[in-house]
Design a protein. Structure first.
Ligand SMILES: [Zn+2]
Length: 379
């Protein structure tokens, strides 16, 4: 059985290696109490807890505001042991997944085509306005804030005409900067000093696969590119320790209710699937010893609070990048790292497996099939 976990997905680039970002994450984690959205802004004076309701007055989401050094929005997603998630739809969760986080996402990411660069002028996001008259039941007013997303300033930037590729170098030539751990946030710091802020280009990455663009919201920057290449390097060296050490920078523990970690994702799956299944009702009976006829009945059950409002401790994973390190760690935890004899990418599965499966790397799989067929014809 797979592990339940929680994901924190920021709209704008946020790195645990950046001082202000790390402190803001710490602030939010300390205050977090089963909310689905966290608003970070230096404009907030207090921690406020918000209940977002739909037109009919039903609670649809809990949120909180955190006085912070940086401005951002973080979506908090709970994923159960089967990959079902809550909320059922959210920024950062691709629509094509249809409610379930796919397996071996890290392998798909490792095999993705190099991203292209683009710039975005401005985005508008809505932040709750907090004033002293706000009570539990008052309507939440949202105010517009404008941002320019992307990583600013790209030092040593060039174009390779032949390869139609952009070239980067970080740290810049002749600088005394140490080896990078997070180019995105280091470049931002570098850009702030002196006159280097001139000639800024806010750059974002556009992936060939739509799911990656949706996963990273507005935060796909140079860091993603950097982690992708570093992950490939480490896999070539088959260095497990290094993988775990990267993972540990993005993964911590968090306490949340069993309702949020286990029940809501399954409830969301049942509510949004085309055909009704009894799986969750069955699971509730076997796991918790409560019999209900339909899943809605569980919320009014006498034992609900005792069984589902208890706290459980699960991994709290920061960003999809962190998830990729975490998933990679899970894939290799009890095994030696195995790579495809044809293309060198990591493969999982049975001991005697030698090549990528169709799911792991379609390009490698298809090419091998074509080679096999050619060989057969020639025999
Ligand atoms: Zn392969």
């Amino acid at each position: 059985m797979k592990t339940m976990f929680q994901l924190w997905l920021p709209y704008f680039p946020m790195s645990p290696f950046n001082g202000a970002n790390a402190r803001d994450l710490q602030r939010a984690k300390k205050e977090w109490n089963n909310e689905q959205r966290i608003y970070l802004s230096p404009d907030y004076e207090n921690v406020s807890r918000l209940k977002f309701r739909n037109e009919k007055g039903f609670l649809v989401m809990r949120g909180m505001t955190i006085p912070s050094e940086t401005t951002n929005i973080i979506e908090v997603i709970n994923v159960d042991n089967e990959g079902n998630h809550f909320p059922p739809s959210s920024p950062g969760i691709p629509e094509e997944w249809k409610g379930k986080v796919p397996e071996n996402l890290v392998l798909k990411w490792l095999n993705s085509k190099p991203p292209e660069l683009f710039t975005m002028k401005e985005v508008t996001l809505l932040f709750p306005e907090i004033n002293s008259s706000l009570t539990e039941n008052s309507k939440i007013e949202l105010i517009e804030k404008k941002f320019v997303p992307g990583t600013f300033i790209v030092p040593t930037f060039g174009i390779d005409e032949e390869l139609h590729s952009a070239l980067f170098k970080w740290p810049p030539e002749n600088s005394s900067l140490p080896i990078t751990v997070s180019p995105g946030s280091e470049i931002k710091e570098y850009g702030k000093s002196g006159d280097r802020i001139e000639n800024n280009v806010p750059l974002l990455l556009a992936w060939d696969e739509q799911q990656f663009n949706e996963m990273f919201i507005l935060s796909t920057t140079l860091d993603h590119f950097y982690y992708l290449s570093i992950m490939k390097e480490i896999l070539k060296k088959k260095n497990k320790k290094e993988i775990f050490s990267w993972r540990d920078k993005f993964v911590s523990k968090i306490k949340c209710t069993l309702e949020l970690a286990w029940l809501y994702p399954k409830y969301a799956k049942d509510m949004f699937s085309d055909h009704y299944s009894n799986d969750t009702v069955f699971d509730i009976e076997t796991k918790f010893g409560i019999h209900v006829d339909k899943i809605e009945d569980i919320f009014n059950h006498d034992e609900y609070d005792k069984k589902f409002r208890v706290q459980t401790e699960i991994p709290c994973i920061f960003s999809w990048i962190g998830y990729c390190w975490w998933e990679l760690g899970e894939l290799i935890k009890e095994k030696t790292i195995k790579t495809c004899e044809r293309c060198g990418n990591i493969i999982v599965g049975k001991e005697d497996k030698r090549f990528c499966s169709k799911d792991e790397n379609p390009a490698c799989f298809n090419a091998r099939r074509a080679e096999d067929r050619k060989r057969e014809r020639n025999n």
